[in-house]
Ligand binder design. Sequence first.
Ligand SMILES: *Cc1c(COP(=O)(O)O)cnc(C)c1O
Length: 567
Amino acid sequence: MKKNSARIAYFTMEIGLINDMPSYSGGLGILAGDYVKSAADMGIEMICVTMMHDLGYFYQRFAEDGTQIELPYEWRKDLFLKPLKKHVFIELEGRTVKVTAWQYDVKGINGQVVPVIFLDTDLEGNSEYDRSLSDFLYGGDHKYRLCQEVVLGIGGIRMLEKLGHSEIEKYHLNEGHCSLLIAELLNNANGNKTERKEEVRNKCIFTTHTPIAAGHDIFPAEMVYAIVTEEYEDLFDYVKENKTFNTTHFALEHSFYSNGVSKKHGEIARAMFPKYDIRSITNGVHSQTWTCEPMQKLFDLRIPGWRDDPFILRSAIAIPRQEIWDAHLIAKKKLFDTIKQQTNEEFDTDIFTLGFARRATGYKRLDLLFYDVERLKSIAEKKGKIQLVFAGKAHPKDIQGKELIKKVFSLKNQLGPNIKLVYLSNYDMNLALQMVSGCDVWLNTPMRPLEASGTSGMKAAHNGVPSLSVLDGWWLEGCVENVTGWAIGPKHITGDYKEGTVEQINKNDANDLYNKLENVVLPTYYKDYVAWTNIMRNTIAINASFFNTHRMLSEYVVNAYFKENEK
Ligand SMILES: *Cc1c(COP(=O)(O)O)cnc(C)c1O
């Protein structure tokens, strides 16, 4: 008999479930969506709690010169979500704020459902400001952020109770934005301070995603006191002791299991927070979601059962190479149709096509490929033509990210007759799937060690598309040179090892990238069909069979969900 109450509550500030619900900004949200889909497929008794973002993450357009134009992306929540007609109250700056909820049912492959609860403050009776808290994802100032986090953390726990989920065994915090749920759990716990902490610690699991200090939410003590006006003895003691409210630190302190999102990132996180035993569980993607239609058809024919059990994608090793190439070609044509529609550029399916798409932000170095434009041009002249497809949004406040996009735009007409470049607008789930399946190689050039995991290369692998990437995040685990793709630059060594100045690192990485393109990637693509299609097949058999959310969830189940504190 299935219980009505979930056992695992998964909290996340953003979630990407379907393309038309822009309730995500990038990798973190897509990962949450993929994870919940696998939980539904695998029949895990989970409920997910997230925040409504009525105005979505923005819709992206470009001016002629590549200046990003940000348009509101209003969406009709009532078309996708079911109103729950339940509400709870929280306090913000002494005001009582009413919070309601909407539900989206994620249906698994065998019919199990994981409900996703969207918390919403846009209700009559709430002040304009409070109503606006469910408008923007990562918008507004520090205070706005903290208010949202109160709604998500404290409001979320109260809503779960209201909905009758009284048997939750574990709370999984996807990033620090939901850390205030811990304050509420502490208030509800029994015994003295130490006992309360132990009780809560035994229930909490924390996943950190950010290898940069600036990426962690830190609020000044006064702001916490001004906004959180209900009595939270344990939270206030913590804030007093630490002088600030560092959401990541607070979550680490109160979770019996904490982890980074790749082996490498686990190391980095341990170095950042040496007091804590931070483990690692490498991210994955939801296989069915991130396999394009022609490839799905091929898998259905050759590897029936893969949707339910993506581990058997390893038998892709025996799919006739021609069939993989043919499926890829259909995806490539589809992407090129989109390119034609959006930019009026004609791309040619016989030409080697390199894809790059992700959040446009400094450390992702979307301009590294253009470090030496003359060198790139000469490679294309000697070794074969190149087509480049770029996409990605810059956060509205990320000036550097926006400049990088403009820089790529400005290069369009400087690449000579052998290189074509387009920058597609409004990178979203649909465009992501078209790109990771329609390009021939997927490029990723982050600055080591700032890519915690990265997931788009895993999506590419599901579509037989190899990666050419800097050894960081998941690629340190996924790269088998010349077998699943190619590495750029050295392995990052931790400790006191210094690679050099940023300028030296950029130069070395760019050089390595050019060498690989010139001596390995382009010659293989243009001259060795058998070797190329072998690599395509390997990406599915070796990487898609492993870097999926079914495997990732299994690791959380074994290591964290159904386990007690070992101490
Ligand atoms: C997968 C995905 C991302 C994350 O890609 P990374 O390689 O992890 O940066 C971001 N945005 C969209 C729309 C995606 O589908």
